[in-house]
Write a protein that binds this ligand. Sequence first.
Ligand code: PGA
Length: 252
Amino acid sequence: MRKPVIAGNWKMYKTIEETVDFVERIKPVAAQASHCEVIVAPPFTALAAAAAAARGSKVLVSAQNCHWDKEGAHTGEVSTLMLRNAGCTHVIIGHSERRQEWGETDEQVNKKVKAALAAGLTPIVCVGETLAQREIGETEENLERQFVGGLAGLTPVDFSRIIIAYEPVWAIGTGRTATPEMAAEAHHFLRGLAGRQFGEREAQGIRILYGGSVKPDNVGALMAQEEIDGALVGGASLKVDSFTALVNYPRG
Ligand code: PGA
């Protein structure tokens, strides 16, 4: 019903040559993996090369960020049309590193999501609480604020075209994973919000990925949760071997 997604967020890693080599080696893996969608998100400089290498295969290419305008005087920015033109099908929006390092707001996330949809890209919209928020019991309040703000003004049809990634900030790059139960609880909460805002059918159809220190040895337990529809993976997505193991996660 909800096709799982295994997505690698490469962050600021890999040259064009390294990207093409990776894509070439992961193509046969993706070809065998009919149980899930396989996405890689290289840095901007390597997107066109990644898409060219992936053409005709089951490897999909995502950007890690975008601007909301079609074009304009925005030094250093890249538009959703440019990403489409480079061969991307997806774009990660509102990653916690962008929220923390660049002060990205829910309002900006919202504009980016709308621009991505308008350009025919699938937005992978990231939400997640910080450790401080979790410790003072504000996990759900934060998730709701990010969900409602980031997805404001979307129609149910728009909503059905996006992917959500739940990434607790304290689990990203720390080796500290949310337990499968903790993640499932947050996913369940998000699906409830989706039901209230967009409708029950849309809520049942939306794919919610978990992100934060997903590795080959914990991906099976996470994916065994009914609520978890895939993984957005940083560190463990950078090596072909571990990304292959993630794509081929243990299935019951
Ligand atoms: P990580 O990163 O897997 O290295 O924790 C996840 C992410 O930031 O998407």
